[in-house]
Write a protein that binds this ligand. Structure first.
Ligand code: GLN
Length: 188
């Protein structure tokens, strides 16, 4: 299986390390032509405005939208923001997931936190320890998108729409490979 990680900005290296642990080679993706051979793409955490502006500069916006019509994409944190349809402010978005997102919903960098979630899609032992860094909240999901995890207070932190996956948190910063395995099963 060929998996790529969008490597314009953010913590793409951590995703590649995680995939390598699972025995999957992963390429750093910066150019539209590199998408052709991929089965799935991860868009990392970082700064969504920067990722969006660089994606425009690198002429990646339309190729990424086309990619997401048939192949798997997983956005973590800034990547999830970039996949969304609406963030209630002006910035470049792919707009391919039917989710509305609020950026920096928990406050500033110092308000980063960890939380235990329940994620039934991960199968047995569906408890999951998640890391949130200046994280967004998925305010709502529409149409074909569905919620796959919430915080105990009900706020949405992960959603799935076909092969498109969005998480507010950062599985690549843990030692728990289940989320990457889950994504590989979507990309297959
Ligand atoms: N706060 C960042 C943004 O709005 C996302 C942070 C992250 O990816 N950890 O783009």
């Amino acid at each position: 299986m060929n998996i790529g990680v969008l490597a314009l900005q953010g913590d793409f290296a951590e995703h590649i390390t995680m995939l390598n642990h699972l025995g999957v080679e992963a390429d750093e993706i910066r150019l539209p032509g590199q998408l052709d051979s991929l089965d799935g793409l991860i868009i990392p955490g970082g700064e969504s405005t920067t990722i969006g502006k660089l994606a425009e500069d690198f002429k990646l916006m339309e190729p990424l939208r086309a990619f997401g019509k048939s192949r798997a994409i997983w956005g973590t944190c800034a990547g999830a923001i970039f996949l969304s349809k609406d963030v209630r402010r002006h910035q470049p978005l792919l707009g391919i997931m039917d989710i509305t997102v609020e950026r920096n919903a928990f406050g500033r960098q110092v308000d980063s936190f960890e939380a235990d979630l329940t994620i039934p899609d991960l199968g047995e032992g569906s408890r999951y320890h998640a890391i949130f860094i200046r994280a967004p909240i998925i305010e709502s999901v529409q149409d074909d998108a569905r919620v796959i995890s919430t915080l105990p207070d009900g706020r949405i932190v992960a959603a799935l729409q076909g092969k498109l996956l969005a998480t507010s948190f950062h599985p690549e910063l843990t030692r728990d490979t289940r989320f990457h395995q889950y994504f590989l099963s979507l990309a297959k």
